[in-house]
Ligand binder design. Structure first.
Ligand code: ZN
Length: 388
């Protein structure tokens, strides 16, 4: 394969610029600026490279930027996706936006998750342009808002853009990620009967009834969910996240609300997860005729898995083997990623990106050498997939 120069200094200074532009997700931290400024910066950068640039303003200060490197035609198109938002920087131990380089690492909020991946995918395209390589297929760079909260960025992208495959450059420690879990946010409202605390023949305690739900949730988690496993993702699981109920000490509470999170595996859909929770409530009702509850799965994201036989997985594997001279490791990632949205839109996706530590934590850094390696693998992947 063609050996292409990657300009280390340009890559790192791009990464440092991206970290220095605060783009905290305002849905997670009210004083976060959102993605408008970083989208503008990236738009200018891509324009200067000669890409066709489009902005998608989803809400105020919530902006996607899309850059298209037009191919000559006839080759498969490839989407390179990365999110520009970060989680809050409030609890960080050092200046989160200084982007200091020290001992082969670059520090700051978003350094790892995932401005390094964004810098790598832009630099990969830049390196191909600089080398004078003309591709047949289009390369579509989608730098999106809001992955850290509700993924409105990638959801907006797929309304307007498509491709034959995608690479998401989230940090994967240079492994190839081909599966991740999904989640279901579920609300259970338990209804009791309010009464003076001295009147047990009238009062029905919604909080005590909620205890039965929690015990059943524990049982579900420890038994059948534990047995549902995936080779790369461990087991399905459930936990209670929020609880609310009661008015005062001397009154039987007539209402209690529990919100739960179920983490699901590939193959589990919304209907299945809903039925499982409904069965749990029905079972309690059979044993307790005073038990009254409503169930709602109010937000569902499916899990994701792509076959190792898919062309994009093969492409990235070959590129990895050629760049690193070893065979790649395939992994699952436990948390949610935008790949499931791309998959639902008919775009097979694989996740590949750099190493580091402290995503969402008090100290976050990315390993510089791994960003360069990511870029090299991306360059080879783009050339292989989009055909010179
Ligand atoms: Zn991320």
């Amino acid at each position: 394969m063609t050996e292409i120069q990657i300009k280390r200094e340009a890559l790192l200074s791009l990464l440092q610029d991206l970290i220095q532009i605060e783009s905290v997700n305002p849905s997670l931290a009210s004083k976060g600026s959102g993605e408008a400024a970083i989208a503008r910066y990236i738009g200018d950068y891509l324009s200067n490279l000669g890409l066709e640039v489009h902005f998608q303003e989803i809400e105020k200060n919530r902006v996607n930027v899309v850059g298209i490197l037009k191919g000559s035609g006839g080759g498969p198109s490839l989407m390179l996706n990365g999110h520009t938002d970060t989680v809050s920087a409030d609890s960080m131990e050092m200046d989160p936006f200084a982007a200091e380089e020290n001992d082969g690492k670059i520090y700051g909020r978003g350094a790892l998750d995932m401005k390094a991946g964004v810098a790598a995918l832009i630099t990969a395209v830049q390196s191909i342009i600089t080398a004078g390589i003309k591709l047949q297929g289009d390369v579509i760079l989608t730098l999106v808002a809001d992955e850290e909260y509700a993924s409105i960025g990638t959801e907006t992208v797929v309304n307007e853009y498509t491709a034959d495959a995608a690479i998401i450059c989230e940090p994967t420690d240079l492994d190839i990620v081909i599966a991740h879990k999904g989640f279901a946010w579920t609300k259970i409202e338990i209804f009791g009967h309010a009464a003076h605390g001295s009147l047990p023949h009238i009062g029905v305690d919604a909080i005590v009834k909620a205890g039965k739900v929690l015990a059943a949730v524990d049982e579900l988690g420890q038994t059948s969910l534990k047995k549902k496993t995936h080779p790369l993702l461990g087991s399905a699981s459930i936990h209670a996240s929020l609880i609310e109920g009661g008015t005062e000490l001397s009154t039987y509470p007539d209402y209690c609300k529990i919100e739960l999170e179920r983490r699901n595996l590939p193959g589990e859909d919304r209907k299945q997860v809903t039925e499982e929770m409904q069965a749990l409530l029905d079972n309690i009702r059979r044993q307790d005729n005073q038990f009254k509850a409503d169930l709602e799965v109010f937000f569902f994201r499916p899990a994701f898995e792509i076959s190792r036989e898919q062309p994009i997985v093969q492409t990235v594997s070959r590129a990895y083997a050629s760049a690193l001279n070893k065979t790649p490791k395939f992994q699952g990632m436990w948390g949610w990623l935008d790949s499931a949205i791309l998959a639902q839109a008919g775009i097979p996706a694989v996740i590949f990106g750099p190493s580091g530590e402290g995503a969402h934590a008090a100290v976050e850094h990315v390993d510089v050498q791994s960003v360069i390696t990511t870029t090299r693998v991306l360059v080879q992947s783009i050339i292989d997939f989009c055909k010179p």
